[in-house]
Design a protein around this ligand. Structure first.
Ligand code: EPU
Length: 417
C-alpha cells in the first residue's frame, strides 16, 4: 500500500512539463495488435496503466522496448491468447483489446475490464456494435469470448457519444469488410490521436473529431507511428494548482485548444493566465469568485477535472455549483474534503460548495484516480500535513507526480508500506 504525505501551503514556482495523455496511450498500445508491423509511439507517459498494458502485451508475445518516452512494439510473434483477469481487471482500457483482436484475428478472449469505481460503467455500446458487425459473444466465468466468422462494416448510432465505444468500434472497423459509420461519435482529442495512429498504419478513417466517423475497411495494416497528445487532464490539474499556489508557475507542452473549458472557468473565477504558444503561466489569484461547473462531453467541462476543480471551488468566495453528468459516482471525495474543513453539500450528482474555507491537513483517501487528484490539490493548499491513502489510484494517471511537484516547490513524499 502506498501513501502520499504532503506538507501544505508551499508556493509553486518554475516549470512543469505535461506528459502524454493517459486516455490516448491506453488505446494506442492495444491498437498495435491490429498489425504485425513495427509500431513506434512517442511521448508515452510514465504511469502505471502503461506498465500494465506493456505486461499484458508481452504475455501475448509482443516484443517491447520503452526508453526515453518512446515505446517500440513488435507484434510479429504475438499469439492471440486469452487476456486473463490478472491483467484485464487492473484497468478499464483492457476493453480496447476486444476491438483490436477482433479486427485482426476475428477472435478475442478477455476477462472483464476493471477501472475506477465511479459508476456502473456498462460496455453495452461496444458489445452491441461488435454483435451488429457479426460477432458472437459469450460470457463465461467473467470472460468475454468473441468470435466473428466475418466482420462486416456497419452503420451505428450511439445513444451517448462514448469515448471507449467510439475507439473500440474504430479498432474493429479498420480491418472489417466494407464501410462503417459511427454516428453520434465521441469528439474528444484522444479519438483524433487514435485515428491518426490507425491512418499511419494504412487504415482509412475519416471525420475523427466530428460526430460522424467513417471507416473504410482495408485488408492489412503495416508499420505505425504516432506521438501521444499532451494530457489535458494533467495540464488542467496543474492549472488548478497554479491558480491556488502559483508564483510564476509555468505549465509547458500543452495544447491550448484542448484546455478551453478549464481556462474559461478559471478566468471567470478571476485567475490571470498568460497563454503562450505551448505553455501557460499562472499566478495565485488573491480573490476568487465562485463559478458553476457542469461536466459534459468534449468540448464541455471534462468529467475527469470535476473532482480536482471541486477542491478549487472551496477557495472561492461564495457559493459554487458542481454538477456531474457523465458518471453516477463521482462525489465520493466530498466527505474527505469536508473532513479537511470544506463546506460542501452533495445531493446525488450535484454539490453546493460554499467558500472560501481554509483547509486543514488530515488523513484522507483517494477513492479513485480523480478523487486522488482532488485530495492532492487539497493537501497542497491545506495548513499542516495531509496523508493520502490508496494513492495507487493517482499513480495510474499522473506521471512522476512527486518529482514534478517537488521540483517546483511542493513538499511531498511517497511512502511504500
Ligand atoms: N456508457 C454506456 N455504455 C457504454 C459505454 C459508455 O452507458 O457501452 C456510458 C458510461 O456509463 C458513462 C458514459 O457513457 O456514463 C461515458 O462513458 P465513456 O464510454 O465515454 O467513458 P469511458 O470510455 O469508459 C473514458 C476514460 C475516462 C473518462 C471518460 C469520459 C479511458 C480508459 N477512460 O472512459 O477516464 O472519464 O472517457 O471522458 O479512456 C479517468 O481518466 O479518470 C477516466 C475515468
Amino acid at each position: 500500500m502506498k501513501k502520499l504525505i504532503i506538507e501544505g501551503g508551499h508556493k509553486l514556482s518554475g516549470n512543469v512539463r505535461i506528459g502524454g495523455a493517459k486516455n490516448s496511450v491506453v488505446a494506442l498500445i492495444p491498437a498495435t495488435m491490429l498489425t504485425k508491423g513495427k509500431c513506434v509511439i512517442e511521448n508515452v507517459p510514465d504511469i502505471s496503466d502503461v506498465k500494465i498494458l506493456i505486461e499484458t502485451m508481452q504475455k501475448l508475445g509482443s516484443i517491447i522496448t520503452f526508453e526515453d518516452e518512446v515505446l517500440t512494439i513488435d507484434n510479429r510473434n504475438v499469439e492471440n491468447k486469452k487476456i486473463s483477469e490478472e491483467y484485464a481487471s487492473q484497468l478499464r482500457a483492457s476493453y480496447y483489446f476486444m476491438g483490436a483482436l477482433l479486427g485482426h484475428y476475428r477472435h478475442a478472449e478477455i476477462a472483464s475490464p476493471g477501472g475506477c469505481v465511479i459508476g456502473s460503467r456498462p460496455i453495452d455500446f461496444h458489445l452491441d456494435a461488435f454483435k451488429k458487425m457479426g460477432t458472437k459473444i459469450e460470457i463465461k466465468d467473467g470472460t468475454y469470448i468473441m468470435d466473428a466468422k466475418k466482420l462486416k462494416g456497419i452503420d451505428i448510432f450511439f445513444n451517448f457519444p462514448s469515448c471507449g465505444a467510439t475507439i473500440n468500434v474504430m479498432l474493429a472497423a479498420v480491418l472489417a469488410d466494407g464501410r462503417t459509420r459511427i454516428m453520434n461519435a465521441a469528439r474528444e482529442p484522444e479519438i483524433v490521436n487514435v485515428a491518426n495512429f490507425l491512418i499511419s498504419m494504412g487504415a482509412r478513417v475519416y471525420g475523427a473529431g466530428t460526430s460522424t466517423i467513417t471507416i473504410e475497411g482495408v485488408r492489412t495494416l503495416g508499420d505505425g507511428h504516432v506521438e501521444v497528445i499532451p494530457d489535458r487532464i494533467e495540464a488542467g490539474t496543474y492549472l488548478i494548482l497554479g491558480s491556488l499556489l502559483g508564483d510564476n508557475f509555468t505549465i509547458n507542452d500543452i495544447v491550448e485548444d484542448h484546455l478551453q473549458a478549464i481556462i474559461m472557468k478559471l478566468k471567470e473565477s478571476g485567475v490571470n493566465l498568460k497563454i503562450d504558444e505551448n505553455s501557460i503561466t499562472v499566478n495565485r489569484a488573491r480573490k476568487l469568485k465562485p463559478v458553476n461547473i457542469k461536466t459534459t462531453v468534449y468540448p464541455g467541462f471534462p468529467t475527469d477535472l470535476g473532482q480536482p476543480m471541486s477542491t478549487f471551488l472551496t477557495q472561492c468566495q461564495g457559493e459554487s455549483l458542481f454538477e456531474e453528468t457523465i458518471y453516477e459516482n463521482r462525489m465520493r471525495h466530498i466527505p474527505h474534503l469536508n473532513n479537511m474543513g470544506a463546506d460542501i453539500k452533495a445531493f446525488d450528482n450535484t454539490a453546493i460548495i460554499r467558500g472560501m474555507t481554509p483547509l486543514k491537513g488530515r488523513k484522507v483517501k483517494a477513492t479513485d484516480l480523480r478523487a486522488g487528484a482532488s485530495m492532492l490539490v487539497a493537501g497542497l493548499i491545506a495548513e499542516g500535513t495531509t496523508t493520502i491513502y490508496n494513492i495507487e489510484h493517482l499513480l495510474r494517471g499522473y506521471e512522476r507526480i512527486v518529482t514534478k511537484l517537488n521540483n517546483v516547490g511542493a513538499k511531498i513524499s511517497l511512502i511504500d508500506e
